[in-house]
Design a protein around this ligand. Structure first.
Ligand code: KIV
Length: 290
């Protein structure tokens, strides 16, 4: 395990040494602290927070301000992990200058060390401009959730020869443009492995098999908290959802039954003050205070 902060360039070194990269999403302090304690290398403040935290149906409504709010929270707590901030829909696609400014905000105001954006050829120039300005960029290919309406129901990308070769070429274009790593989402494992073998920079897979150089999951899915835990490519390592539901219903029952709070969870007056207070109260109750 590296002891100081993981920096974008360290991920290629890990790949070269054959060490797999561990990444998870984190949107807040408790998650960042749990991940830090477990030695997670990369914390992605993903725009998936739109679905997972904010209740949107897709990631499309997520704004820069919403992202910044969470990036700051994670960056305040992450000591060792590389913090990557996800550029939300339309924060980088419409205008190159705006894209650069938005990416810069994640480093300058948010405290992240890198940004992530979706797309291959269509994003390569933007990546180049950001890297030239000193902003490390993680790419994202395969199923890119900001294009959910274009993909429709076809989740797995790169299934036939043409699509697989196109994905490989897009990955090479992103590497050439200066990305320090690429997320491969919902790609057949053979394709993900072939891409990983042909890049010097690492691939971080999600639903892309074991041939990637690292893996990422949405934190809530990985701990079994929410509907994502049942997706084919997710392995829930706990049943946090059930554990939390149980804890909350125990709390509700104990409050209703008067079991909580017991004396153990309450403050008491010092004995002397209590005697005086009780005397005062009985006089008050008897109506004899002048
Ligand atoms: O937004 C996100 O959480 C992501 C990961 C699933 C890679 O992009």
């Amino acid at each position: 395990m590296l002891s100081s902060r993981v920096m974008p360039g360290d991920l290629s070194a890990l790949k070269a040494e054959g060490r797999r990269i561990v990444a998870l999403t984190a949107y807040d302090r408790p998650t960042a602290e749990v991940c830090e304690a477990a030695g997670v290398d990369v914390l992605l403040v993903g725009d998936s927070l739109g679905n997972v935290l904010l209740g949107y149906e897709t990631t499309l409504p997520v704004t820069m301000e919403e992202m910044l709010h969470h990036v700051k929270a994670v960056a305040r707590c992450a000591r060792r992990a590389l913090v990557v901030a996800d550029l939300p829909f339309l924060s980088y696609q419409a205008d190159p200058a705006e894209a650069l400014r938005n990416a810069g905000r994640f480093l300058k105001e948010g405290g992240a060390q890198a940004v992530k954006l979706e797309g291959g050829d269509r994003s390569a120039e933007t990546v180049e401009r950001m890297v030239t300005a000193g902003i490390p960029v993680m790419g994202h290919l395969g199923y890119t959730p900001q294009s959910a309406h274009i993909f429709g129901k076809s989740v797995v990308q790169g299934r036939d020869l043409d699509a697989a070769l196109a994905l490989l070429n897009e990955a090479l274009a992103l590497e050439e443009a200066g990305c320090f790593a690429i997320v491969l989402e919902c790609v057949p494992r053979e394709v993900a492995q072939a891409v990983s073998e042909r890049l010097a920079i690492p691939t971080i897979g999600i639903g892309a098999g074991a041939g990637c150089d690292g893996q990422i999951l949405v934190f809530h899915d990985a701990v079994g908290w929410g509907p994502g835990a049942t997706l084919k490519f997710v392995k829930p390592y706990a049943n946090a959802g059930e554990m939390l539901r149980q804890a909350v219903s125990d709390y509700a029952r104990e409050v209703r039954e008067g079991v909580f709070p017991s004396a153990e969870h309450a403050f008491a007056m010092p004995a002397e003050a209590r005697v005086l207070f009780e005397q005062e109260l009985s006089e008050l109750d008897a109506g004899c205070v002048e």
